[in-house]
Design a binder for this molecule. Structure first.
Ligand code: MF3
Ligand code: CO
Length: 247
């Protein structure tokens, strides 16, 4: 677990977070029909290096790329490819991690490509709401599964299912640190959240059933029923009354 307790370290991770946030904002503009996910990846690697960061995913457990580009039924860990060209009506989740000043920041957004269906729009909107409400629960004195429960409650209310095969995580001087941050859980349970704790909160919400399958490349996670999935993630620092979103 990384718990920051001084301004110098907070400034360090803010710089990592700023690169992730700015990059994702640009990628949202670039995610247009006709663009390959490999092109988004190449741009991302260059952008991170130009800003004095290092891509955090490339080489992590053998992952080959800078971003994860997960289109439609791909839940997470889609590997960028020249052959994967975005089409009107797709949704694409882009997940990116950056190391700078010894600190990691990790975030994801799901973008519409052109005109998407009403149901796809609802899935994306609800998944973003899951992240927002989860972050609102991540304040000092609350418990870890208050965060988890916020995601589960909204997903259930909307008739979607939260993915349980992957979880959010602590982050800081490594990409993945304790604690695990599941997207389901009981309010009032789990560890008490401390001021300065760094968490990557990342709801993955399926239009259909929660089950996933991993494709033969060993990475690409798809919905078992091949319905849509959306993913939003932010790296945050737990605060007393309000939590700082670093990405
Ligand atoms: N945001 C994802 C996670 O926290 C990204 C990991 S992809 C990997 O698990 F390539 F780095 F494994
Ligand atoms: Co993450």
């Amino acid at each position: 677990m990384t718990i920051l307790n001084n301004d110098a370290d907070v400034r360090r991770i803010r710089e990592a977070g700023a690169i992730v946030r700015e990059l994702l904002n640009i990628l949202g503009e670039k995610a247009k029909a006709g663009v390959s996910t490999a092109a988004l990846d190449a741009f991302s690697e260059d952008f991170i290096l130009r800003n004095g960061g290092e891509p955090a995913f490339k080489g992590y457990k053998g992952y080959p790329s800078t971003i994860c580009a997960s289109v439609n039924e791909v839940v997470v860990h889609g590997i960028p490819s020249e052959d994967k060209v975005l089409e009107d009506g797709d949704i694409i989740s882009v997940d990116v991690g950056v190391k700078k000043n010894g600190y990691y920041a990790d975030a994801a957004r799901t973008f519409p490509v052109g005109n998407i269906s009403d149901e796809a729009q609802r899935l994306v909107r609800v998944t973003e709401e899951c992240l927002r409400e989860a972050v609102n629960e991540a304040v000092a004195g609350n418990r870890l599964y208050d965060v988890s429960n916020a995601v589960q409650k909204i997903a259930e209310r909307e008739g979607f299912e939260e993915v349980r095969a992957f979880v959010g995580h602590g982050i800081g001087v490594r990409l993945h640190e304790p604690p695990e941050v599941p997207n389901w859980g009981q309010k009032g349970k789990g560890q008490v959240l401390e001021e300065g704790l760094l968490l990557a909160i990342e709801p993955m919400i399926n239009q259909g059933k929660r089950e996933v399958e991993i494709l033969e490349d060993g990475w690409t996670a798809v919905t078992a029923d091949r319905k849509l999935s959306a993913h939003f993630e932010n790296t945050v620092m737990v605060g007393i009354n309000k939590t700082e979103i670093l990405t």
